[in-house]
Design a protein around this ligand. Sequence first.
Ligand code: NDP
Ligand code: MG
Length: 380
Amino acid sequence: MTNISILGSTGSIGRQTLEVIENLSDDYFVDALTAHSNVDLLEKQVRQFKPSLAVLWDEADAMSLKHRIGNICEVAFGVEGLKQAASLPSTDLVVNSVVGNAGLLPTMSALDAGKFIALANKEVLVTAGEIIMPLAHSKNINILPVDSEHSAIFQCLMGSHQPPAKIYLTASGGPFRGKTKTDMANITVEQALAHPNWSMGQKISIDSATMMNKGLEVIEAKWLFDLRPDQIHVLVHPQSIIHSMVEFEDGQVLAQLGAPDMRLAIGYAITHPNRLPNPFKRLDFTIHNNLTFEQPDKINFPCLALAYKALEAGGHYPTVLNSSNEEAVALFLDKKIRFLDIPSIIDKALSAYTDKNKHLTIDSILETEIWAREFVISNS
Ligand code: NDP
Ligand code: MG
């Protein structure tokens, strides 16, 4: 029996996680569900899955949910509620599908409580991988990647006694692959949200359009698989069928292929080391018969180079990268800045920040997050 708490259950990954659980055997139970403010959907999910705890961000929303669901489950709110959902004594596995660095404190609570974590929330590894990974290792906690590229690498490394010589993270290239900066000068929010292969939450959709998503994934891979930056290569593969590859010392390459469906990666993170049947679509090689590769365009999509720069600089620079990106994406979604302002403001934030060799702690990461967000707001 596996009890699962889902942080961010009303989002794209959270909803797909519930679909995966519905299709698994009766051995999998939902223990906690959390949302930011989507009371209506959380109410539906609580009625269907009957968790022991439901959490919303605001107290007023939590009161409204409590009023609607009566005694079905306990209701909590705010960061304390999220931390409680991440550390319930009855929970075996925490699926962290919150978006952004907001997932950091609950991740720490899950680790402190010794829970296995299925991690979709890549931003927390970008900012705090240096703290999270050693802590997980010291406590023998599995961090199971949900991100499809990292799930692919994880699967390719299963059973290998040697680390990879290098990895290839594949990238679809997003909706603007092949476009120049001039072409992208007047990109609208609606155009940037229309991804060719994946249907995702708004923030990651914009990250995919700027290619910051791949930049964040490079840093995520560094921490998950203990790699140097020069071992992590990005390869544009527009069909999104090969989810990533590893190359070993002897030149042999292993790839993981599958339909572009996040439910496959979510399912594997939940059932690992087992593979359980599911009703999701299979690959059909009579249709997917042309797999192509290109080098990423680092000139027109500068976010990827900015991510490598932050990774090389280390310390709090990845937090500056991530938090200035989160704020810039929010401003773009609010139509307050233009698409091409996103990389330029992140570049400015990275240049303006002086780390002064500060020791990396959760508090220093949260302080740096505030600095980066304020920098973006006052410089845009
Ligand atoms: P969504 O925006 O669709 O969902 C985010 C979830 O987190 C929602 O439940 C939302 O609640 C909740 N949430 C948002 N902000 C906060 C906050 N400040 N505090 C607490 N909860 C919050 O995002 P996705 O599902 O697309 O992405 C989730 C994570 O998974 C991201 O880190 C993303 O990079 C990663 N990922 C996503 C993939 C995808 O296909 N979508 C693929 C690979 C990785 P509410 O609904 O109430 O707003
Ligand atoms: Mg990914």
